[in-house]
Write a protein of this length. Structure first.
Length: 332
């Protein structure tokens, strides 16, 4: 952790919510630069601003630096609290983008890095040596047929309040126009923790009253934890966020992400599917033994996989009018 940030953490009692302590301009430049490099922007742009094409075929413009800065200012009390808890990276993700397009982009990126001999295992520290990984020659991104069908048919539920028939989740078409999830149409804007490998059991640090989520729990257990006050404002990630994070990290470092060999597979707690024989949550990981990304689903109460799985979260920022609605609905 940078020295300046250590100083902020150690002096968190004197931080005033009259000013924003998150380095939003610097992070916006880093984040949007990564997005431009991973190849998701439309080449058929009708405006000067960067756009992506959504599932409805419409263009969704990237939020501008001014818009994001204003959004952070309006949410500075929450941002300051979560920054002190370790959420120090901006994440801007187009939830509107078709997942099949993202998966093809991921496949192409993996093949390109493999061709250039620039694809390595995840490092926990910058000084760790680079260790090359093998890449599967026939299938670099494997996805379970049932999950792919749910995506194609639009039945995958987003941001359920619980994993049951009364989940209160929404469709992808709904959430991209829901200001309580996407601060700007199609785009989720939030802050996340800087950690390439999730802490294992007994390894999580406690920052400003919040203990880092450790690997080893089921989706149901994680979802329950997120309802506790130290995890205010946090929600589980989606497959879209898993893929964008994987792409961004690969482009920035040459490293794969969420390697199950590091006990670092991740639950996508922000999505849910009920089928005839089970309630399921998606999961994403790199499998080093076969050299590919694997996307599938497991039961929400699964205790068999928990040793190698963990949960990542995002603090999604909302516009002031949406924040007022959340408070009136009792969600904050």
């Amino acid at each position: 952790m940078p020295e300046k940030q250590n100083e902020i953490y150690s002096n968190n009692s004197i931080i005033s919510n009259d000013r924003l302590i998150f380095p939003v301009v610097r992070e916006y430049i880093r984040c949007t630069s990564e997005l431009s490099r991973i190849g998701i922007f439309s080449s058929l742009m009708k405006s000067e601003n960067a756009n992506v094409i959504g599932i409805d075929g419409k263009e969704y413009p990237l939020p501008t630096q001014e818009q994001v800065t204003e959004l952070f200012s309006e949410n500075r009390e929450l941002v300051n609290q979560k920054f002190l808890q370790g959420f120090d990276r901006l994440e801007v993700v187009p939830l509107c983008i078709p997942l099949p397009f993202l998966l093809e982009t991921l496949k192409s990126a993996i093949l390109l890095h493999e061709a250039e001999s620039k694809i390595f295992r995840t490092r926990q520290h910058p000084e760790d040596p680079l260790v090359p990984v093998r890449v599967n020659g026939s299938n670099q991104v494997w996805i379970w047929d049932t999950l792919l069908s749910a995506i194609d048919n639009g039945v995958l539920q987003y941001f359920p309040e619980e994993y049951s028939s009364t989940h209160h989740g929404q469709s992808k078409s709904d959430i991209i126009h829901n200001g309580q999830i996407c601060a700007f149409p199609g785009w989720s804007v939030g802050i996340v923790e800087s950690q390439s490998v999730m802490p294992g059991q007994g390894q999580g640090r406690t920052l400003s009253g919040r203990k880092q989520l450790e690997t080893g729990l089921s989706p149901r257990e994680y979802l329950q934890i997120l309802k506790e006050s130290p995890y205010r404002g946090e929600s589980g990630i989606t497959l879209e966020e898993f893929v964008v994070r994987f792409l961004a990290h690969l482009e920035a470092t040459g490293e794969v992400s969420n390697d199950i060999g590091d006990c670092n597979a991740v639950w996508c707690l922000g999505q849910y599917l009920k089928i005839s024989y089970a309630e399921l949550v998606p999961t994403g990981r790199w499998i080093r033994d076969v050299g590919r990304v694997r996307l599938d689903m497991h039961r929400t109460g699964n205790k068999e996989c928990t040793k190698n799985w963990g949960a990542a979260t995002t603090v999604r920022l909302v516009q002031p009018e949406m924040k007022a609605k959340e408070e009136s609905d009792g969600h904050i």
